[in-house]
Design a protein around this ligand. Structure first.
Ligand SMILES: [Zn+2]
Length: 229
């Protein structure tokens, strides 16, 4: 098994269960602003090498071109997380079966992606889960607080539930996660408050906002994989 945090795996399973099939990605256009509360704490963010914007194969027969992405990102199979560990948990240089022979590294050195950079050169990305939030206004349009954006989820028995909208953020450390981590330094956590995230071209302006005392780890409002399965 890849050697990353168990809590993260549990949270990811919860996210998958939440949207039925798969969780959406966090994405923001330049000029837009979103409000989020992190479910993944600052020390549990997975950092891994990702090949960005890799051209895909042609769509298979019967799949329309507009339903087939022209490029996708891919986690590098040569990432250290996939190496076997010794007794102390240190990577050995040997890979788990099926890893360590990254196709993109081996075959796509000459394929150029964004900014005229080879797609075979991976970028370090941090992965974490966020709940999307929205402002709550009173009758006079005055801001009174924030609440979770919710979506419908159908369980195995066909019952429909309204649950918080959880997204996966795959973002660079310096551009995105560093601001969250810095905000969490004084409280030891980033899961205790809302954040606003604004995109300006390719940069993010991230500000810590109100505390969310009813939605912290250990409270009934905090998700666990067991509650959501
Ligand atoms: Zn690779």
């Amino acid at each position: 098994m890849p050697q990353w945090n168990r809590g993260m795996e549990a949270a990811e399973a919860a996210a998958k269960a939440a949207s039925g099939t798969r969780a959406d990605w966090f994405s923001l256009k330049s000029g837009d602003k979103a409000y989020v509360r992190p479910l993944t704490d600052k020390d549990d963010i997975i950092v891994i090498d990702v090949h960005m914007g890799v051209p895909t194969k042609k769509p298979p027969k019967g799949v329309k071109a507009d339903k087939w992405p022209t490029q996708m990102s891919a986690v590098c199979q040569d990432a250290e997380a996939f190496q076997l560990r010794d007794g102390d948990g240190s990577p050995t240089g040997e890979y788990e079966p099926g890893y360590g022979q990254c196709y993109i590294h081996l075959h796509m050195q000459d394929v150029m992606g964004k900014f005229k950079r080879s797609v075979a050169v991976p970028s370090s990305q941090g992965w974490g889960l966020l709940v999307m939030r929205e402002p709550v206004l009173d009758a006079r349009k005055k801001l009174t607080g924030f609440r979770d954006i919710t979506e419908e989820f159908k369980d195995k028995e066909g019952h429909t539930h309204r649950i918080p909208k959880i997204v996966i953020a795959s973002q660079s450390y310096s551009n995105f996660w560093a601001a969250f981590k810095a905000a969490g330094e004084m409280t030891g956590t980033i899961c205790d408050r809302d954040f606003s995230v604004e995109r300006v071209d390719n940069d993010y302006v991230i500000s810590a906002g109100r505390e969310t005392p009813d939605l912290q780890p250990g409270t009934p409002g905090w998700p666990t994989s067991t509650r959501w399965r």
